[in-house]
Design a protein around this ligand. Structure first.
Ligand code: AMP
Length: 374
């Protein structure tokens, strides 16, 4: 694997996160983010970034490539892909599947091609880890011809994180990835759960879009589709209003007015009843998924918490897995009082090992880029 560092770009709807990372050692040479970007300000952000790299003494010619996080790869892009004009056109065609997430990634790639013409540009997809989900898990029970024509299936997201954490958990335990059945709970502002058998995903909570599954900062997760019909028919919401409601005004925010988990916990402790409800709905949904995925796998060796909330909020881990000793899950309260990790938080004799493992999406991207280039 190349020792040359990879510039990793993660372009969101209003921010650009960057990191220069050595794929072999995981050492980060510099990182940062540019906030509150308008759609036409990526060029400006990349100029800022280039100046920053120069200040840090990082010469463009020392870089192996630029790696871009792209949320949706559709059915075409099932692994890291070297970007050329054809791939860019292909990514444009996928925009209807990820209207909020793919356009900034595409803008970031175009600007990086202009700013770093000598470097390979590689797209790394959040859906790729789920490309071979078993058909029974990937298929929605709707009109099959219509679904086929419109590419409607469960794609899954956060794959860059889930894939990384599955390997990191195996490494931490000193056991081969191929011998482990794992449940991974990625709990950040977005949240998803994945069941992993021998390093391959067999079920995941996000679907066609990142709206399905767990309760998130601003997204409801699972919802009776009849709710949408009702909102249109009786609530008089149009398409854009529904889109905004589901993506930006639901989840923890919709229930309590609070999106950030730190603030939510403070409000719960202060006796805020709607914050309590939001917290309980969040934990209940998660618990339901843990149970479902234990059944999908026929029991798990490892359950791992990761991302901002998963790594830092001990009470969520405690409340989600409390009283599950009959399923082989025993948390040690003292061990659970940890932030970050990697750490084991189950008792020594717990049949299911429970871990906290920090995710590192940038390193995961850099490694996938390096693997492609070699
Ligand atoms: P992420 O999307 O992985 O960056 O995670 C963001 C979420 O993690 C937000 O809801 C944060 O409030 C939560 N989070 C991050 N750090 C902490 C912390 N130290 N304590 C509690 N929650 C945290």
């Amino acid at each position: 694997m190349t020792a040359r560092p990879v510039l990793v770009l993660n372009a969101g709807s209003s921010s650009l996160k960057y990191q220069v990372v050595r794929p072999d050692t995981g050492r980060s040479l510099t990182r940062g983010h540019v906030e509150r970007l308008g759609s036409d300000e990526f060029a400006e952000a990349l100029r800022t970034l280039s100046e920053e790299l120069a200040r840090e003494g990082i010469d463009q010619t020392s870089l192996a490539a630029v790696g871009h996080r792209v949320v949706h790869g559709g059915q075409q892009y099932v692994s890291a892909t070297l970007v050329d004009d054809d791939v860019l056109a292909g990514l444009e065609e996928l925009v209807p599947l990820a209207p909020l997430h793919n356009p900034p990634a595409i803008a970031g790639i175009r600007q990086a091609m202009a700013a770093y013409p000598g470097l390979p540009q590689v797209a790394v997809f959040d859906t790729a880890f789920f490309a071979d989900l078993p058909p029974a898990a990937a298929t929605y029970a709707i009109d099959a011809e219509l679904a086929h024509r419109l590419g409607i299936r469960r794609y899954g997201m956060h794959g860059i994180s889930h894939e990384y954490v599955a390997q990191a958990a195996a490494d931490f335990l000193g056991r081969p990835l191929g011998n482990l059945d794992q449940v991974i709970l990625h709990l950040g502002n977005g949240a998803s759960a994945t069941a992993v058998r021998a390093g391959r995903s067999v079920e995941t909570s996000m679907g066609l879009t990142p709206l399905e599954g767990l309760v998130m900062g601003t997204r409801a997760g699972d919802l009776d589709p009849g709710v949408l019909l009702h909102l249109m028919r009786v609530g008089d919401l149009d398409l854009d209003e529904l889109d905004d409601l589901l993506n930006h005004r639901s989840g923890l925010l919709g229930l309590s007015g609070i999106q950030d988990f730190r603030d939510l916990v403070t409000a719960v402790d202060g006796g805020d009843a709607s914050a309590r409800t939001a917290y309980d709905v969040y934990c209940h949904r998660l618990r339901k998924y843990v149970g479902a995925y234990l059944a999908v796998l026929g029991g798990a060796d490892v359950i791992t918490f990761t991302a901002g909330t998963g790594e830092n909020v001990a009470r969520v881990r405690r409340d989600v897995l409390a009283g599950l000793d009959r399923l082989g899950i025993n948390i040690d309260p003292e061990r659970n009082d940890v932030r970050g990790g990697p750490a084991r938080i189950s008792t020594d004799d717990s049949p299911v090992t429970v871990l906290v493992v920090p995710t590192d999406e940038e390193l995961s991207i850099a490694r996938q880029v390096a693997a492609l280039l070699s």
